[in-house]
Ligand binder design. Structure first.
Ligand SMILES: [Zn+2]
Length: 394
């Protein structure tokens, strides 16, 4: 079962084609190539994506590359400079571009382009492969382009809130998650972490290369890039931060432990969820889950942690690793939320009550669970189902 930001789609990343500059050039020349546009309002704000709100879902807007001659010209310039590994790539074009892949079956139900008109879904053929190319483009710095595009994308707007994203269909949400994590990473990393020289996006915008060419070991006027000496040469890769997220039940299987985050205030409902935290260097997923549980709840876990599913979380670049566990017998009463003070409430709930929430049999209470499709919701559902099936009630 896939999760909200990890839905299966007909988009194939074709990561081995990213290094082929002739292929990348053919992508920007192809009229059916689609653009997903991102921009930031300010340095401190998060990225917005071009989309539109419908009665039922928020949809991403997939602009045709040929619809705006200015954009087409600029992307040609970008592809040419990308092929030459030009150090001025970002300064000259004022855009960041990521090749996301080819939609191999744009008429399929799991295609992000399924609702687009048929005549706009011609496939680009390259060697043995074919599909509609998708590019993510950050136009924050290019205000002229931004104005030009906004006049052409009637009905669309840059979506502002996380609620807009959570209102997407899982396929759009997954494409958004994939694209946004790259765009965000490119914007945050302008200089080499090893020597401070400017870095340029390479491989279709999926890697960053240091522009420091200093090679002389004994030349005191040159500062060599230390990253050059590593096995991967002077290339930086995108960052993904693993986060453990854990659903817990007691050893009798009749209660589920849920926490209320002190930072998550809601007007009418109390939002309860699983326990989570960033993994630290030197930890296994299991040991991070045990540590986070103790730090947030004061409870110890009895049995082996089970890793059951994962979900990308693009705010900004996390991978949620979903686990389930069982607390130590007799420890139910020793909850302590004053260790790391992440939670302001931590409570045991009857499995039957949580099952009613999970299956929508209670909607008007004051307790609210995470959105269906999120890994937190799926983990709670797994624990509920396990408990009920052990009692022969499912
Ligand atoms: Zn460097």
């Amino acid at each position: 079962m896939s999760t909200f930001f990890g839905a299966k789609t007909s988009l194939n990343r074709f990561s081995f084609l990213r290094t082929n500059s002739e292929f990348i050039k053919s992508v920007v020349e192809f009229p059916s190539t689609r653009l997903i546009l991102f921009k930031k309002e300010s340095a401190r704000s998060d990225y917005r994506v071009l989309g539109r709100r419908t009665d039922t879902f928020t949809r991403l807007s997939y602009l045709l590359i040929g619809d705006d001659p200015k954009v087409h010209l600029l992307l040609r310039q970008w592809a040419d400079m990308n092929a030459r590994l030009s150090p001025d790539l970002r300064l000259k074009t004022k855009i960041a571009v990521v090749f996301l892949g080819l939609d191999e079956d744009p008429h399929a139900q799991d295609s992000p382009l399924v609702d687009e008109p048929s005549y706009t879904k011609q496939k680009l053929s390259f060697e043995d492969h074919s599909g509609v190319p998708l590019l993510a483009v950050d136009i924050t710095e290019n205000t002229e382009l931004l104005e030009s595009l906004l006049t052409k994308s009637r009905g669309s707007d840059f979506l502002a809130t996380i609620d807009d994203v959570l209102g997407m269909q899982p396929i759009d949400a997954s494409i958004f998650s994939y694209a946004k994590m790259y765009i965000d990473w490119l914007a945050r990393n302008q200089f080499c972490p090893g020597c401070g020289s400017r870095v340029i996006p390479v491989c279709g915008g999926t890697k960053l290369q240091c522009t420091n060419e200093a090679k002389e070991v004994n030349n005191e006027n040159e500062y060599q890039c230390p990253v050059r000496k590593t096995r991967t040469n002077n290339v930086c890769f995108p960052r993904t931060d693993p986060v453990v997220i854990l659903a817990l039940r007691n050893s009798r299987g009749d209660k589920i432990l849920l926490g209320h985050n002190a930072r998550r205030k809601m007007l009418n409902k109390r939002f309860f969820s699983c326990f989570s935290g960033f993994m630290e260097p030197g930890e296994t997923i299991e040991s991070a889950a045990v540590r986070e549980t103790w730090e947030e709840t004061g409870l110890k876990i009895k049995r082996k942690i089970q890793i059951v599913k994962s979900q990308p979380w693009p705010f900004p670049c996390c991978l949620m690793v979903g686990c389930v566990g069982i607390t130590e017998e007799g420890s139910e009463e020793s909850i302590n939320i004053h260790l790391d003070k992440e939670l302001d409430v931590c409570e045991w709930f009857d499995v039957d009550f949580v099952a009613d929430l999970v299956y929508g049999r209670v909607t008007d209470g004051d307790i609210m669970l995470p959105n269906a499709g999120s890994v937190a919701f799926e983990l709670i559902k797994i624990v509920v189902d396990d408990c009920l099936s052990a009692r022969g009630r499912l």
